[in-house]
Each structure stands twice: as structure tokens, then as C-alpha cells.
Design a protein around this ligand. Structure first.
Ligand SMILES: *Cc1c(COP(=O)(O)O)cnc(C)c1O
Length: 226
């Protein structure tokens, strides 16, 4: 059986998540998105059979190919940068985590208006100013949130962020706390922003302590990617 031990690893993750949520005190429930990028369709099926209800992919074409090969009714989330010329594929995803620019938001909103139901999206924030990462600076979110209210084709359900790789806990807490404030600013502006997508295999416990409602886990579930 491929991905043997997946259910047991998931169980261990869920226990650690419960402990981190209790100590963080934000009172949230936490959804696990299994990140299946670079793995074949059998990883998606294995995740479903282990009880996971959403998978994350960071490249559109790879995700579309896998969708053709998978039978289980799992949700597909787009977690990587979306090029504007691929925005027409956004409808294939239950949630787009990576709205990282105003221009992409405009194009996606047009897509949502054309299909007649808003697309569910998250605003990506760059909480530490790393130049290699996309997303809005946290300080810009209150102003952007006002502008985004006019985008009738999008439903902004929250915020996503990626913390610096291998940072110490203090830096991680700063980044995740910044994303939480950005989510709260979206909600204060009137968006239905309840979700906070943050935390990967190396930092999910800290993220949950800071209020994550969605964690995106690849390596810890499926092993190191080739
Ligand atoms: C690859 C990826 C993940 C998962 O990373 P792991 O460290 O393998 O858990 C999460 N989020 C995004 C945006 C990714 O690209």
C-alpha cells in the first residue's frame, strides 16, 4: 500500500494541533490541507482514505492533470502563485490561497462575475518583507481591504502567509501574528474573513498557537519530496 503509515502520522499531527490550539488560546478549529505537489494522484487518494478532505497544489497544470486521474470527491486548493494568464482555471479550485496582487484580484474577480458565483479566495501577505516571497505587506492590508470590497466576483475568506524557512520561534510568531492582524483587518473592513492559512511541516505548531485555521502539510505526511 502506498504511503503506509499516513493515517498514523495524521493522527500524531492532530494531537499536536490540539495541544498547540489549547495553549494558544484562540479557540479555533484547524483544517489539514495535504500538500500533494510533486506526488502522483495516488497521494491524493491516500489522503482522502486517511480522512483528509482537502489537498493543496502549487502549480495549476500539475493540479489539473491530477484532477483527471483522481476519483475521490476531495477539495482542491491552489496554494502557489497564480499567473494572470491562468486565472481562467481558478474555478477548478475550492479555495485559492494565493491572491498576492491587486492585478490578480481584478482578473479573478472578472472570472467570478463571469461564472455567476464569487470565487473563494484568501489574501496572501508577506509578513516579514522577504523579497523572495509574494504577497501584500501587512501594513497595506487595511487600505487594500477597502478596495477589495468592490470586487464582486471574489469572496475574501481570510489570509494566507508563508513564514521564513528555518526561522527561530520568535521570528515565526512575529510573522504569524502579523498575518492574524491582517485577517482581522479584512474582517473589520466587512469581508467574511475567518480563515488563517499558515503553518507547514516545520512550523505548524507555532502557527496553530498563533491562530491558524488551515495548515498546509506536505513533507510530514508524505515524506521528503524528490
Ligand atoms: C510546499 C508547500 C507547503 C508544504 O510544505 P511542507 O514543508 O512540505 O509541509 C505549504 N505551503 C505552500 C505554499 C507550499 O508551496
Amino acid at each position: 500500500m502506498p504511503f503506509q503509515g499516513l493515517a498514523a502520522r495524521l493522527q500524531e499531527v492532530r494531537e499536536r494541533v490540539a495541544a498547540a490550539a489549547a495553549s494558544g488560546g484562540h479557540g479555533q478549529t484547524v483544517q489539514v490541507v495535504a500538500v500533494t505537489k510533486t506526488y502522483g494522484p495516488e497521494a491524493v487518494t491516500a489522503a482522502w482514505e486517511a480522512g483528509v478532505r482537502a489537498v493543496g497544489e502549487n502549480r495549476v497544470q500539475e493540479a489539473l492533470d491530477k484532477m483527471e486521474q483522481v476519483q475521490v470527491p476531495i477539495e482542491w486548493h491552489l496554494i502557489g502563485h497564480l499567473q494572470r494568464n491562468k486565472a481562467r482555471h481558478a474555478s477548478r479550485f475550492a479555495l485559492v490561497h494565493s491572491v498576492d496582487s491587486g492585478r490578480l484580484a481584478d482578473v479573478l474577480s472578472a472570472e467570478g462575475l463571469a461564472r455567476g458565483t464569487p470565487l473563494r479566495v484568501l489574501v496572501q501577505v508577506n509578513a516579514t518583507g522577504e523579497s523572495t516571497k509574494g504577497g501584500f505587506p501587512v501594513a497595506d492590508v487595511p487600505r487594500e481591504a477597502e478596495r477589495m470590497l468592490a470586487l464582486g466576483g471574489l469572496r475574501f475568506e481570510g489570509v494566507m502567509t508563508m513564514a521564513p524557512f528555518d526561522a527561530d520561534e520568535h521570528v515565526l510568531r512575529g510573522a504569524f501574528g502579523g498575518a492574524r492582524r491582517a485577517r482581522d483587518a479584512m474582517a473589520a473592513a466587512g469581508h467574511p474573513a475567518t480563515e488563517l492559512s499558515m503553518g507547514m511541516s516545520g512550523d505548524y505548531e507555532v502557527a496553530v498557537g498563533e491562530g491558524a485555521t488551515i495548515i498546509r502539510l506536505g513533507t510530514i505526511l508524505f515524506g521528503v519530496r524528490a
